[in-house]
Design a protein around this ligand. Structure first.
Ligand code: FES
Length: 106
């Protein structure tokens, strides 16, 4: 099964196996990865699943939708690598994708 590497703001790593098609937000919740809240259940409406995608994975992670881009604009600390991880869905191509977690979602 493909894996995601989540790294929190204290550099702790969480390596999680994720089924193809599952979102990185849901996988984080299911595996007790801290800092991901996912309050809206993955509807791209809360921005509490903010992550910083490792730059080397940005292209494979794909472009955010218009709705996601609008949500990203409202973040307290957006970066060029910011994504909402409920909008990134696992695939074989993303095996090993690394995302960093913000200190806080608010
Ligand atoms: Fe709400 Fe991602 S879970 S925007």
């Amino acid at each position: 099964m493909p894996k995601v590497v989540y790294i929190d703001h204290q550099d702790n790593e969480y390596v999680v196996e994720v089924e193809n098609g599952e979102s990185l937000m849901q996988a984080a919740l299911d595996n007790d990865v801290p800092s991901i809240l996912g309050d809206c259940g993955g509807a791209c409406a809360c921005a509490t699943c903010h992550v910083y995608v490792d730059p080397s994975w940005m292209e494979k992670a794909g472009e955010p939708s218009e709705t996601e881009t609008e949500m990203l604009d409202g973040l307290i600390d957006p970066q060029p690598t910011s994504r909402l991880c409920c909008q990134i869905f696992m695939s074989d191509e993303l095996d090993g994708i690394t995302v960093r977690l913000p200190e806080s979602q608010f």
